[in-house]
Design a protein around this ligand. Structure first.
Ligand code: NAG
Ligand code: NAG
Ligand code: NAG
Length: 439
């Protein structure tokens, strides 16, 4: 009797105190040996997870989630090899099965333990990012929300190719699991992402015609675009966002073995440990450790290291937008003119190039914001634009550029974000923003 009681107690304890395993310790994140037997977008493994979005924002709104699924699926890495990745599908109560948003978060880390599939699980030890607000707003519209770990299981942060492929295959995977999730097989779908999330989304749009021609997105909303990774490195170096440069170059080195060897040979030996410690952190840790650091001082040849053939070839293969295809879906692009992470002239130039090739783009240049505030202020218009696309409203073809300011945010769009969210946004804009909210 006592034995049975003890066994029951143990079971009870096991089910109540189980901590969420980090991806590095969780067997779900295991790439099968026969990965090459799967086609891109095939689902290898599935599970349901408890979520706890409300825990991420003290005092903030909590979306009512009916179910959440995670899929281990087959995608393709930057070298063209078959690899696995994980994505999370969130289903709100009262969901509209005809609408799906592929929301790429700005998790901005070269460490898989910092992936959204971990952060979205109840009990995860993680800090909030502004992405949670926009995911919540989307769930409150009744949309299914899909959020992939688009860097793959090895966290190839800033590598455009794998980020695009994994974003596309995540959508394919979601449409292979509709029997369980209730998503309509004819659902309309669109992409949204800011900063690191816009990197994945834009690359997905460029690669879609060649890699996933059967996918028919209604459009993509892209904020704080990162058209050129190298220009970001030099822009953020020695500034508050310098930590992203460490993670970015490390992420690329995980995608390209020749760059890993280059780092090994070119980092200042006495500074190597510090480099990898900063580079391997989650966004908040890398941001705080790397802030105001001079990335180039970690290389024996300083800034010149980045002009060498190895980094140049990697950056040109997987770090420059507008070089891998013409997006066939309409874009809503929002960018602060004073963006201090990715210079806005790079986005001007990308928009011009893609427009000249036939992509339809509505481009909002915000004269008031900078990189962090734009994520918040641009979001109301982005959400409204996506809502129109998911409703199937016609989008005007061709390109328009509008110079906007915070005050011109459409009141109706702001209301669509929901009262609680608006209050939260105002609170964030009122000075509580820190590096952890960057992207
Ligand atoms: C891969 O291997 C697993 C385990 O042996 C097997 O169950 C699965 O069917 C295989 N997948 C494919 C696509 O061959
Ligand atoms: C949560 O993460 C922080 C920062 O990485 C760490 O210091 C802390 O020990 C972690 N707590 C738990 C319970 O794992
Ligand atoms: C934007 O300006 C920076 C700094 O002047 C320059 O390095 C970069 O090449 C420019 N980008 C484009 C696309 O002209």
């Amino acid at each position: 009797m006592a034995l049975i009681f003890a066994a029951r107690l143990l079971l009870l304890l096991a089910s109540t105190v189980t901590a969420v395993l980090l991806p590095s310790q969780d067997v779900f994140y295991t790439q099968p040996a026969n990965i090459s037997s799967y086609n891109p977008g095939d689902v290898i493994n599935t599970r349901s997870i408890p979520t706890n979005l409300n825990g991420l924002l003290a005092g903030g709104p909590s979306p009512s989630i009916k179910a959440a699924y995670q899929y281990l699926y087959r995608t393709t890495d930057s070298l063209g090899n078959p690899v696995a990745a994980v994505t999370t599908l969130l289903v709100p109560h009262g969901a509209d099965p005809s609408k799906l948003l592929a929301y790429q978060t700005a998790y901005d880390s070269a460490n898989n333990d910092c992936s959204p599939s971990y952060a979205l699980q109840a009990g995860a030890n993680t800090s909030a990012t502004s992405d949670i607000i926009f995911i919540t707003a989307a769930l409150d519209q009744g949309w299914y929300v899909l959020s992939p770990d688009y860097e793959g299981l090895n966290a190839h942060y800033t590598s455009g190719l794998i980020s695009g492929y994994a974003t596309l295959d995540s959508v394919r995977a979601a449409f292979k699991q509709t029997a369980a999730s209730g998503l309509s097989t004819s659902a309309k779908y669109a992409m949204w992402g800011y900063s690191g999330g816009s990197l994945a989304s834009e690359w997905a749009a460029e690669l879609q015609p060649s890699y996933a021609p059967e996918l028919k997105f209604q459009g993509a909303a892209l904020g704080g675009l990162i058209p050129n990774v190298q220009n970001v490195l030099s822009t953020i170096n020695k500034g508050p966002f310098a930590g992203l440069a460490f993670s970015g170059i490390y992420g690329l080195s995980k995608a390209y073995p020749e760059l890993a060897a280059f780092l090994d040979a070119n980092l200042v030996p006495s500074k190597k440990d510090q480099f990898y410690s900063t580079a391997n952190g989650c966004l908040s840790q890398a941001s705080s450790q790397g802030a105001f650091q001079d990335l180039y001082s970690y290389f024996t040849t300083g800034k010149a290291a980045f002009s060498q053939p190895v980094p140049q070839s990697v950056l040109s293969k997987t770090g420059i937008m507008g070089t891998h295809g013409v997006p066939s879906i309409p874009f809503f692009v929002y960018k602060a003119v004073a963006d201090e992470v990715s210079p806005s002239n790079d986005t001007d130039s990308l928009v011009k190039t893609l427009c000249s090739r036939g992509t339809s783009i509505e481009y909002h240049k915000d004269v008031i914001g900078e990189h962090i505030t734009e994520a918040i202020t641009g979001s109301a218009n982005a959400l409204a634009w996506i809502s129109d696309r998911l409703e199937g409203k016609a989008v005007s073809t061709g390109c328009t550029t509008e110079v906007v300011a915070l005050t011109s945010v459409d009141l109706e769009s702001v209301e669509q974000l929901g009262g609680e969210l608006v209050a939260l946004l105002q609170d964030l804009l009122g000075g509580r923003l820190g590096p952890a909210f960057s992207g």
